[in-house]
Design a protein around this ligand. Structure first.
Ligand code: FES
Ligand SMILES: [Fe+2]
Length: 394
């Protein structure tokens, strides 16, 4: 018996060495391991001081805030609150993208209040000051003669460094001119994302969830490989392997490759395997708070934001990115099914458990949580955050 697994689905990229390692793990009952367990202070999930530091750190990093399909044409915009900062993200006439602080230079009103739309000029509704969409320059001041002279050159909208890569829009609120997005992501992340053709995709489905859970617990739950067969009995736990995976570090970012349980069955049955992409899934973490999970017909794209109100709150957005040319009624049915499975697992199993953890952390914040050697993807996130907060994150 032989099954050809070499066929690489359009959205999945698994290098031969990764699939070989995963198959070996399945054969030997092993998995990728960190050098040691990691003990994370429970306080990290409940401390307002720690939460503030994490938010301040995030504001120094390129953050994934939108997808190109949300603002395809010149003048298209979305407004978005990111870590408490009101952003106005606008497609420029020359094709680029620019994020502004959505704050009028007169007395601080929002210059755009709609969630999305298309405009040539943005006008503050309070007293009518208006701004160019392309540069954010101050354009018109009603009753200007009743002000002292206003220097147009330094009264435009505040601009944040904004870059689009692979159709993903990143904003760096620190305006760090030295570091390009390409450098931040690095070649390995680039190589993984490129075949997904995200720039040709659009958002098929989007849901936002406000959860009473620290953002890191939500991230942990989505990248944890040790829980499927326990928490998702009869569901996802039957479909994907527990405690087997290959983990690759790409600097701050990382990618976990896991197997469908079908792959173990094929190995047991002595099926000759060529490649393995068909039964291998991956979860790419774009540090600090974005994740891309590749499925054959879509990319599941998560962003998890700490709330500025409390360490015990976060906002999770989940989107399915799909190339419109593959959308047939058949594929749409599959996407709906995928969403149902995901929504059930997340809302009925993962998030309730994470909520229990949050409550326990609040009641008993003095100890440590233990991340075992196989929980290497979770370890990476916590270690990188700790290193960055200590100022030696590289
Ligand atoms: S606050 Fe915007 S015009 Fe006055
Ligand atoms: Fe889960």
């Amino acid at each position: 018996m032989s099954e050809d697994l070499s066929e690489v689905k359009r959205d999945v990229r698994v290098q031969a060495d990764v699939s070989a390692r995963l198959i070996t793990h399945l054969r030997d009952d092993t998995t990728d391991l960190a050098d040691q367990d990691l003990h994370v202070p429970i306080e990290h999930f409940v401390s307002p001081v720690r939460a503030k530091a994490e938010i301040a750190l995030m504001k120094t990093l390129p953050l994934l805030v939108a997808h190109c399909s949300e603002i395809p044409n010149a003048g298209d915009f979305v407004t978005r609150e990111v870590l408490g900062v009101a952003l106005l993200i606008v497609r420029q006439s020359a094709g680029g993208v620019q994020a502004y602080l959505n704050m009028c230079r007169h007395r601080g009103g929002r210059v755009e209040t709609k969630p999305s739309g298309s405009k040539r000029v943005f006008m503050c509704q309070y007293h009518g000051w208006s701004y160019e969409r392309d540069s954010g320059a101050l354009r018109n001041v009603p009753y200007e003669s009743s002000f002292d002279q206003i220097d147009r050159g330094c009264n435009g909208l505040h601009r944040y460094k904004t870059e689009q890569r692979h159709g993903l829009i990143f904003v760096d609120m620190s305006n760090d001119r030295e570091r390009s997005l390409a450098d931040y992501l690095g070649g390995e992340v680039d190589a993984q994302i490129t075949p997904w053709e995200l720039e040709k995709s659009s958002i098929y489905l989007e849901r936002t969830f406000t959860l009473d859970i620290n953002w890191k617990l939500v991230m942990d739950g989505a990248i944890d490989i040790l829980h499927p067969r326990f928490l998702h009995v009869g569901g996802v736990g039957e479909l994907i392997e527990t405690n087997v995976g290959v983990y690759r570090r790409y600097g701050r970012h990382g990618q976990h490759f896991g197997a469908r349980t079908k792959l173990r069955k094929l190995i047991k049955a002595g099926v000759e395997l060529n490649g393995g992409s068909k039964y291998i899934g991956s979860n790419l973490v774009i540090y600090p708070n974005a994740m891309m999970i590749a499925a054959p017909d879509h990319i599941e794209f998560w962003t998890v934001w700490p709330s500025i109100e409390s360490p015990s709150k976060s906002i999770t957005q989940i989107r399915f990115l799909v190339r419109s040319e593959i959308l047939t009624p058949e594929i749409e049915k599959r996407l709906q099914k995928s969403w149902e499975i995901l929504e059930n697992a997340a809302t009925k199993e993962d998030w309730p458990m994470e909520r229990y953890i949050q409550q326990n952390a609040e009641a008993a914040p003095d100890g440590m949580f233990r991340y075992g050697r196989s929980e290497v993807s979770c370890q990476h996130l916590h270690l990188q955050l700790a290193a960055d907060l200590a100022g030696n994150g590289g």
